[in-house]
Ligand binder design. Sequence first.
Ligand SMILES: [Fe+2]
Ligand SMILES: [Fe+2]
Length: 194
Amino acid sequence: MKYTVALKSTTKPEWVSAVKADFNAFLQNHADCERKASGMAQNFIAKYPDRLEILDELMAISIEELEHFRQVYKFMELRGVYLPQKMEKDAYINTLIQNSRTGRDERFMDRILMAGIIEARGSERFITIGEALEDEVLSKYYIQLGRAEAKHIHSFIKMCSYYFEDDVIYKRLEELLILEAKIIDSLPFEAKLY
Ligand SMILES: [Fe+2]
Ligand SMILES: [Fe+2]
């Protein structure tokens, strides 16, 4: 079965303008998002080492996100842009995670589904900015990256499917998608991925 995540809010043109207005800041934030994504996959392994069915996929995602980090850093280097001294906390991710249910299984399910939703938003925004950039190399890079992140959406929802029935997954996914749309729509337009 092919698992999909249909976001309930489309990224606004104001976000594109904010990113283009300070593209170097966007690159720095993007780099942070990639290394956090790599770390998040490893956190799942640390928290759920007994869930053998998903370990390999989590390792693969962690490596791939680290590779994305490396790629975006190359673009930064070319432009003389440095990594920020401190990684900022993401209001988007934090607010989403604060809404995880308690209880080992519920929490696991929510966090994995949220990871899938975060991938969906990242994918949507990378493609959106890729289509809006005039620089051909960067434009192509972001569209390709958006497609690569889209594969992770399916990976995370599939991880859930080893432990929960599809109807239970989709019911919770629907609730979380409504929540995600509210969060993303409440955030200011800044030169950040979210
Ligand atoms: Fe990535
Ligand atoms: Fe990803």
